[in-house]
Design a protein around this ligand. Structure first.
Ligand SMILES: Nc1nc2c(ncn2[C@@H]2O[C@H](COP(=O)(O)OP(=O)(O)OP(=O)(O)O)[C@@H](O)[C@H]2O)c(=O)[nH]1
Ligand SMILES: [Mg+2]
Length: 485
């Protein structure tokens, strides 16, 4: 019997190449590599994939982005995954073809193009149903990989996961994505697993009586999924405990959200001196990072950098990352970072708002950080107009450059002000015998005055509203405990 723990995501159709490329450079930095492989899988030289991109526009259901922009984005995704794009094909349809997405004539055209360009993969800009995936694979033939946007994003996520939680989440999502897409053609799966486990070649020894190879494959994947789910539940229990502790401390939490590549990590680094990897590529960040930042008033805040969003982000992927995204849903305040230099700025904002709705964070207070101010020409009238419009249209907008630091003072003042709404002004006298109350204020609030009198410690400042009950008895007469609005 194959040990499920030794069974890995070497599923046919897996574009493990990009992961392998990333792994050699970045392996050292991971808490735990995604794929535990002893038999040299990663050491094989990466084969360059040459892909044709395919986009479909459904007449009555246009996407958020115009087709050509969506394909440009897909090309960036392919590039991030290390795939060379050698051609593009598009089709406008009244409705998607249930069997092949594209119309049959277009599928033939695609096949000819793939042969003509010497491509070995096609990447669909939309998610394929299991049936469409199967049919297209059959038509394209064994040598041509059929990948869709979701599979590509999963592949990128897999290579960018730095923590065990990130890695397990991605691997689980990959299996759940692939399970309904397994075909009879993918039969070497269990042979490999069986070979490793028992030293036997072929399916002999791993198959049950009367079982097809496909059933064996499914069973293996089911087992791996169950194993990963258990592992993830353990990791997430720890994360929840962490979060509980944080909540007890009452330090406000700010989550940085935004479209991928908007500058979220750069902003966290600028605010906190963190060294989160910031790169000009999509989905550089997968795992959340939290840093303590002291705002201008002295108020502390925990600021979290999160995974970027993208248009056409499948619900299944959002669901897979729900635990990580709890960092967003549990935050007191969001900073939505927007790349103002991007031509699709508005659509990107809309895509982010859509995902925020999906994860139940649609009604959180938001500050919109219009980023990359240094990279636009403000003297250009059109640009100036665009910036004015954006500042007027989006909630609590502020123009910043996370790179040069411009506007960050204003942003942090806005954070201060927004978080102040959750704070209670205090003017208290705490007897020395109750020094734990002073510690509580120090830990969670911030002070304008602290003096030691004959009767105790006199403190003037701010504490989170939730501590109102703890300090009420110490408020000095005449102080109402006002909430600053
Ligand atoms: N010119 C300019 N570039 C910026 C600014 N902020 C970020 N960038 C660049 O934009 C690219 C993406 O920045 P990141 O901070 O990695 O973006 P992110 O939002 O964390 O991206 P993901 O983690 O991939 O979703 C990098 O090349 C940054 O150097 C800015 O204010 N001005
Ligand atoms: Mg990032």
């Amino acid at each position: 019997m194959t040990n499920p723990d030794s069974f890995r995501s070497r599923v046919p159709g897996d574009s493990g190449r990009s992961r392998a490329a990333a792994d050699s450079a970045e392996n050292d930095e991971r808490e735990r590599p995604l794929v535990r492989d002893e038999d040299g899988y990663f050491s094989t030289a990466p084969t360059v994939e040459r892909a044709v991109l395919v986009g479909v526009e459904i007449r009555d259901h246009p996407g958020l982005l115009p087709l050509s922009d969506s394909l440009d984005e897909l090309e960036l995704l392919a590039d991030t995954a290390g795939i060379a794009v050698v051609g593009t094909l598009t089709q406008k349809l009244d409705s998607p073809h249930p069997a092949t997405l594209l119309g049959s004539g277009k599928v033939e055209e695609l096949k000819s193009l793939v042969i003509e360009l010497g491509a070995n993969a096609v990447i669909l800009d939309d998610e394929l149903s299991p049936r469409q995936q199967r049919e297209l694979e059959e038509i394209m033939g064994e040598e041509i990989k059929v990948i869709d946007r979701t599979a590509l994003i999963l592949d990128i996520f897999a290579s960018h996961a730095r923590t065990r939680e990130g890695a397990v989440q991605v691997e689980l999502a990959q299996y759940e994505y692939r399970l309904p897409r397994l075909t009879n053609a993918w039969t070497h799966l269990a042979r490999q697993a069986g070979g490793r486990a028992g030293g036997a070649s072929g399916g002999v020894g791993v198959r049950g009586p009367g079982e097809t190879q496909l059933e064996v494959d499914r069973r293996e994947i089911d087992r791996r999924i169950a194993f990963l789910k258990r592992e993830l539940a353990d990791i997430q229990k720890q994360r929840r405990q962490h979060r509980e502790q944080r909540r007890k401390s009452e330090t406000p939490v700010v989550a940085i959200v935004g479209y991928t590549n908007a500058g979220k990590s750069t902003l966290l680094n600028a605010l906190s001196g963190a060294d989160v990897r910031a790169e000009d590529r999509l989905f550089a960040t997968l795992d959340p990072t939290t840093r303590r930042v002291t705002l201008p008033s002295g108020q502390p805040a925990l600021v979290t950098d999160t995974v970027g969003f993208i248009q056409k982000l499948p619900t299944m992927l959002v669901a897979s990352f729900r635990a990580t995204l709890e960092e967003v849903t549990e935050a007191d305040l969001l900073v939505h970072v927007v790349d103002i230099a991007h031509a699709n700025m508005e659509e990107q904002i809309a895509a982010v708002e859509e995902v925020l709705e999906q994860i139940g964070a649609g009604d959180k207070p938001v500050i919109t950080a219009l980023n990359k101010l240094d990279s636009v020409d403000r003297d250009d009238d059109t640009v100036a107009q665009r910036l004015d419009d954006a500042e007027a249209e989006y909630p609590n907008a502020v123009l910043i450059s996370a790179r040069t630091g411009e506007g960050l003072d204003q942003l942090t003042s806005m954070l201060d002000e927004a978080l102040r709404k959750r704070m209670l002004h205090i003017d208290i006298l705490v007897p020395y015998a109750q020094s734990e109350v002073v510690s509580l204020v120090h830990e969670n609030g911030f002070l304008d005055l602290e003096e030691h009198t004959s009767e105790g410690t006199h403190l003037v400042g701010w504490v989170p509203l939730k501590l109102a009950g703890r300090i009420a008895e110490f408020q000095l007469p005449g102080h109402e405990g006002r909430i600053d609005q």
